[in-house]
Design a binder for this molecule. Structure first.
Ligand SMILES: [Zn+2]
Ligand SMILES: [Zn+2]
Length: 404
């Protein structure tokens, strides 16, 4: 079965919601207008609305039909089984360079990652499922704030997402520019890297630039640290194990003839395995400490863990692949797609429950929808919303079949 015809009838509505969200982007934990829109729509379709998790999070709860007419056990709805579907709602701090009608009206903020589209697609699926209820059990529609940088997914989990809304599995979806429309990719196991940040402060002894021997130059020490940190990936890691250590900021000095007192380096580290993550954290400290000691400088080192690696479970990935193949055609779904070094806070939900995160083609590079995410000219491709919503709906109907 390809797309669901009834959902195709919602295409114009999904496009209108999506463009409305695009016009009014809201960043981490400030998605108030967005959350109001989501809550209002869900309530309109008779879906229970729960608000307040992670400040602006919204969870919609929908019970399916119960073919056997059994009682509504423990408040979990007919059948007792439940799954979660998650969409992110937040925008980015980017100045939009598009000039179409639905461009951002809030300068400096922009939906440049397609979370407007994710929200609209999950709403489309919710509307269809509320209308048809062709499943047995419960589905929780999880509308999550602050996916970018701030870990809204972690906050929802910490505030009891799965205690309040128990599910046996949880699913996520992201649009993927560069992948043609009508195509999808997914993989079992590690699919996206962990994301950490670190800060290294090297303190020397400031002096006149013409008399370096009278001070202790932290720039020369920090420059050696930048170079030496590259050996973590190139010399200390298994060549078959992906590791990225990138210095992204080097702050030092203000003028021509002064050797400054201090240098601050900042950067990010990415990998897939917890033990590799531990090692990277330790190695950065060891190398920086050793070089500072060799030059008589002092070190302050801070390493902060942000998102864990995203790991899809085998069984749920198989199921998601089957449903995607049903909607898109088997030859349009790449099972075992290569992992990405980018990261995603849906990983926190997958640490708690089995599930799968899938990439849905937003359009090939060079064509509509092909502009990369986080680019000021990006736009979600509304042509894929029927596909995404159909995937969501069939995933529920397949996972929680009537009489199953
Ligand atoms: Zn993003
Ligand atoms: Zn995103």
């Amino acid at each position: 079965m390809p797309i669901i015809n009834r959902i195709a009838e919602f295409h114009d509505d999904m496009t209108a919601w999506r463009r409305d969200l695009h016009r009014h982007p809201e960043t981490a934990f400030e998605e108030r207008r967005t959350a109001d829109l989501v809550a209002e729509k869900l309530a309109e379709w008779g879906i229970e609305v729960h608000r307040g998790l992670a400040e602006t999070g919204v969870v919609g709860t929908l019970h399916g039909r119960n073919a056997k007419g059994a009682s509504n056990r423990s408040g979990k709805g007919s059948g007792g089984r439940a799954i979660g579907l998650r969409a992110d709602m937040d925008a980015l701090h980017i100045h939009e360079l598009n000039d179409f009608d639905h461009r951002s009206t809030d300068d400096g903020k922009m939906h440049a990652c397609g979370h407007d589209g994710h929200t609209a697609m999950l709403l489309g699926a919710a509307r269809y499922l509320a209308e048809t209820r062709n499943f047995e059990g419960t589905v929780h529609f999880i509308f999550q704030p602050a996916e970018e940088n701030e870990g809204g997914g972690r906050v929802m989990v910490e505030q009891g997402l799965f205690e309040k809304f128990p599910v046996e599995s949880v699913y996520g979806l992201h649009n993927m520019p560069g992948l043609a429309t009508g195509r999808a990719g997914l993989r079992a196991g590690s699919a996206m890297a962990s994301f950490d940040i670190f800060e290294i402060t090297v303190t020397g002894d400031g002096t006149h630039a013409a008399m370096p021997h009278l001070g202790n130059d932290p720039i020369v020490v920090a420059a050696q640290i930048v170079g030496a940190l590259q050996t973590i990936a190139s010399r200390r890691s298994d060549p078959l194990e992906p590791v990225v250590v990138s210095i992204t900021q080097f702050h030092a000095g203000d003028t021509w003839n002064v050797i400054p007192e201090q240098v601050v380096l900042r950067g990010t580290a990415r990998c897939f395995k917890p033990e590799v993550r531990d090692r990277i954290e330790a190695e950065i400290g060891k190398i920086s400490e050793g070089l500072c000691a060799a030059h008589g400088a002092t070190l302050e080192y801070r390493y902060e863990r942000r998102y864990p690696a995203l790991v899809n479970s085998e069984r749920e990935t198989e199921l998601a692949a089957r449903v995607a193949a049903e909607v898109l055609g088997a030859d349009h779904v790449e099972v075992g797609a290569p992992p990405l070094m980018g990261s995603e806070d849906f990983a926190y939900l997958l640490e708690q429950r089995p599930g799968c995160y899938i990439w849905l083609g937003n359009g090939a590079h060079g064509g509509p929808g092909g502009c990369t995410v986080h680019n000021p000219r990006y736009d979600f491709n509304d042509e894929i919303s029927v596909l995404g919503a159909s995937y969501w709906a069939r995933l529920v109907e397949t996972t929680l079949p009537r009489g199953g």
